[in-house]
Design a protein around this ligand. Structure first.
Ligand code: C2O
Ligand code: CU
Length: 579
């Protein structure tokens, strides 16, 4: 049984005999592990952070999700999931990611176009106790993105624990449109997941399909929304399950944005498939609903064919779940009075997108989903992920068409880092109207090929790769992932520099540590600061050294700076003392 406040029920009873009866009744009901469908909990709205400098502390923690034992969870500045980060297109944002987990992790900025060394993929490992400080200029369109762990073979467990968060980009085009955008009031983030619980209320970290829905970490979630047009930003952050979303009254709703931006115009639908990693922004018109009425956002997963993830018939076991092949509630909506300044109509048009077409393509590739027989992990082109193998090299500035072929009997969700793409064809027929916008994850149904076109511009890096993978965490952890580097145009290369020479000052230092490079041609690629016994405490990809390095949070002691030069990739070390 999920979070139902026994205390509240009992407190309303004065007679102790009656209380006893109630406790007995509750105990009997809990033992059947039935959900009380009418017993809803208020939807948690993640805290919002604004600005250009963000402190994100990843923690091992607990949350009271069920009655009884608390559940061990992971969160970012919170006890499950993390804050919603609002950023503006054109701003340079600085992230201070402090890993306070007992494990290493990474944080990937899903959907962001940024240098590979800032991307937070499997190579940017943040050891426990380490501060990682990536920064980049936001060039993505206004849309709903997210951040999550990406440590190879640990992604599933860390995502199940709850580590992740929304990253919402705003821009001037979006701001000019008559759209709901009051966070938590008429603009609601929804992260859809489900969990299976072990008998002591702990998450089953090996589970693929959860038995109980968690919406923003809230079991049996309900939200009160004003009787007007509201915007829902929905993310599927499951391990594998897809959602065929719709409303209990089968009402029409309007898709306004895909993963990477607004569409040209709202697309009216009554059902919408959302696979793992995908986001969609929808408008729902509640203006005809009387205050106090209710409607449910549901997953119409009943009757889905085998191959749609979560369509499997089994209700238990590894590929089974109580939510499989059934229609279930994702969010109970109670309609309240409209707000002042309410949006009351669906706009006719949104933004003007110019998508890549076949005529723009400079190179084409194909990738085939493979496995080595029943029960073996899925791979691409018969090779599983190998940490030090670069599978593809893309020239900087290329406009590429990738065709992903899935001859498998099961669906997948294909994701690529660095770019947003345009889905141009599906072998099954047509590309749905609701997926005509910029995307970074695409549903790859069984026995289907999907083609997309993307431009790989702005960032090249010979060492740090970007990933492409199935976004099902268990498939990705199992090796259904490859990596590509974007290679810069071969310009005039400087002769390799001799060993990079620099001094640290002041030394000892208290608050800031400055680096004086002897040769001004040296470009610093990476700085790592470790304790004298080798524990990494700070990771600074391509740091801007003009203002020094803020070391005020380090305990006093001796430290080692490891500086990697961009051209030669040589590492030179220096020692300093923190006062
Ligand atoms: Cu959302 Cu490679 O990940
Ligand atoms: Cu997959």
């Amino acid at each position: 049984m999920l979070a139902i406040s026994n205390a509240k029920v009992c407190a309303s009873r004065n007679s102790s005999k009656l209380s006893f009866f109630f406790i007995l009744l509750l105990t009997l009901l809990s033992s059947t592990s039935d959900l009380w469908a009418q017993d809803y909990n208020t939807l948690h709205i993640p805290a919002a952070l604004y600005g250009t400098n963000f402190n994100l502390t990843i923690i091992d923690t607990f949350k009271q999700i069920l009655s009884g034992n608390q559940t061990i969870t992971g969160g970012i500045n919170d006890d499950f999931w993390g804050p919603t980060i609002f950023v503006n297109k054109g701003d340079t944002v600085h992230m201070n990611v402090l890993n306070k987990l007992n494990d290493s992790t990474t944080i990937h900025w899903h959907g962001m176009h940024l240098p590979a060394v800032m991307d937070g993929g499997p190579h940017q490992i943040i050891p426990p106790g380490t501060l990682w400080q990536p920064y980049w200029k936001i060039t993505n369109n206004a849309a709903t993105y997210w951040y999550h762990p990406h440590l190879h073979q640990m992604t599933q467990a860390q995502i199940i624990k709850g580590v992740g968060g929304f990253l919402i980009v705003r821009d001037t085009e979006e701001a000019a449109l008559p759209l709901p955008r009051t966070y938590g009031i008429d603009d609601i983030p929804l992260v859809l997941t489900s969990r299976r619980y072990l008998s002591n209320n702990q998450f089953d970290l090996t589970n693929i399909y959860g038995d109980y829905m968690l919406t923003n970490g809230t079991p049996n979630a309900q939200v009160s929304l004003p009787a007007q047009v509201v915007r829902l930003r929905i993310l599927n952050a499951e391990v594998e399950r897809g959602y065929d979303l719709g409303f209990s009254d089968n009402r029409t709703f309007y898709v306004i944005a895909n993963d990477g931006g607004l569409l040209d115009a709202p697309v009216a639908v009554t059902r919408l498939k959302l696979l793992v990693g995908e986001r969609v922004e929808i408008l729902v018109d509640l203006s005809k609903n009387s205050a106090g009425s209710s409607v449910n956002l549901q997953a119409f997963n009943g009757g889905q064919p085998f191959g749609f993830p979560g369509g499997e018939p089994a209700t238990s076991g590894n590929l089974g779940s109580l939510l499989n092949n059934t229609t279930f509630t994702v969010l109970h909506v109670i309609v309240a009075a409209p707000t002042s300044g309410a949006i009351t109509s669906i706009p006719k048009t949104l933004v003007k997108n110019t998508y890549w077409t076949d005529a723009d393509v400079t190179n084409s590739r194909t990738i085939t989903v493979t496995d080595q027989g029943p029960g073996t992990p899925f791979t691409f082109d018969h090779v599983g992920f190998v940490f030090n193998t670069i599978n593809k090299t893309v020239p900087l500035g290329a406009i590429e068409k990738w065709t992903i072929t899935n001859n498998n009997t099961f669906g997948h969700a294909f994701h690529i880092h660095d770019v947003e793409f345009k889905v141009v064809s599906r072998s099954s027929g047509s590309v749905a109207n609701y997926e005509q916008g910029w995307k970074d994850v695409v549903y790859l149904p069984k026995s289907e090929s999907v083609s997309f076109i993307a431009k790989f511009d702005d960032y090249s890096d010979a060492i740090h790769p970007y990933m492409y993978h199935c976004h099902f965490a268990d498939h990705e952890d199992g090796g259904m992932m490859g990596q590509f580097v974007v290679e810069g145009s071969a310009g005039v290369k400087n002769a390799p520099l001799p060993e990079v020479s620099y001094t640290l000052f002041p030394n000892p230092a208290l608050k800031k540590l400055f680096i004086q490079l002897e040769d001004p041609r040296v470009v610093v690629y990476y700085i790592t600061i470790t304790t004298i016994n080798g524990r990494t405490v700070m990771m600074l990809p391509q740091p801007d050294l003009s203002n020094g390095i803020d070391i005020s949070m380090l305990p006093s002691g001796s430290y080692i700076v490891k500086l990697m030069d961009k051209e030669s990739k040589q590492i030179t070390i220096r020692k300093f003392i923190k006062e």
